[in-house]
Design a protein. Structure first.
Length: 254
């Protein structure tokens, strides 16, 4: 079976930011394949279309290669990959077992590496090449207390993307969306109740947390022909960043 539409794969695309990314590609007319270890609780839909779900443990490099080969065989191509799967619970370094830290690095750095290598094997043989987008984090650009291994992995992911962009050009473009604070169904685990979320949102210059749709729009742009000369770039999607703490501490009006 082949499909003339562009084919986009979104890892971890069954909920949260990943589902927002998948909906963005669906709205743009792509055939979207989402993968995760478990199926979504409800279908991921947009613009009258539904994302196709396929199970995959991204930490298994061999399974990742088989997955991308099968998607290409079924739909004719793999045009875009968004490495979204990842995350971490809160835990200070001294209170978290080394094995747990290793798993966090594996999920947030090695799994995207395996998926990208598998996608590249398909994309490099395509006349149109392909696009890979990493979902990074501001945790990888500043100290990340409570999520140190996650921040370190995200910093490594951004560097990995820049290297891939050089090694895999001109066939495949590779970029990173550096995501700031986002509001998803699990936001309360990080920011507390609605009042806590509102207080956190007030620290963002644009006055709100990122919506999954914001991330989807950025990923669709980077995978599109309008971004045809963008590779090795990091797009900071953080609403203006974080207000420096010294501005509130200094005895001067700012």
């Amino acid at each position: 079976m082949t499909d003339t539409r562009q084919v986009a794969v979104v890892t971890g695309g069954t909920r949260g930011v990943g589902a927002g990314i998948a909906r963005g590609f669906l709205a743009a007319g792509a055939h979207v394949v989402v993968c995760a270890r478990r199926p979504p609780e409800e279908p991921v839909e947009a613009a009258g279309a539904t994302a196709e779900f396929r199970p995959l443990d991204l930490r298994d490099a061999r399974a990742a290669h088989a997955f991308f080969r099968q998607v290409a065989a079924d739909h004719g191509s793999v045009d875009a990959l968004v490495n979204n799967a990842g995350g971490t619970p809160f835990g200070l370094l001294a209170g978290t077992a080394p094995a747990r830290q290793a798993k966090i690095v594996e999920l947030n750095l090695l799994a995207p590496l395996y998926a990208s290598l598998a996608a590249y094997d398909v994309m490099r043989a395509q006349r149109s090449g392909g696009s890979i987008t990493m979902i990074g984090s501001v945790s990888g650009t500043r100290p990340s207390p409570g999520s140190a291994a996650y921040g370190a992995a995200k910093a490594g992911l951004e560097n990995l993307a820049r290297t891939m962009a050089v090694e895999w050009a001109p066939a495949v473009r590779v970029n990173t969306v550096v995501l700031g604070l986002a509001r998803t169904e699990s936001a309360h685990l990080h920011y507390g109740d609605d009042e806590g979320v509102a207080k956190v949102a007030a620290t963002v210059p644009l006055g709100r947390l990122a919506d999954p749709a914001d991330v989807g729009d950025a990923c669709v742009f980077l995978a599109s022909a309008r971004a045809r000369y963008i590779s090795g770039a990091s797009l900071h999607l953080h609403g203006g960043g974080e207000r420096p703490a010294f501005l509130d501490a200094a005895p001067v009006n700012h």
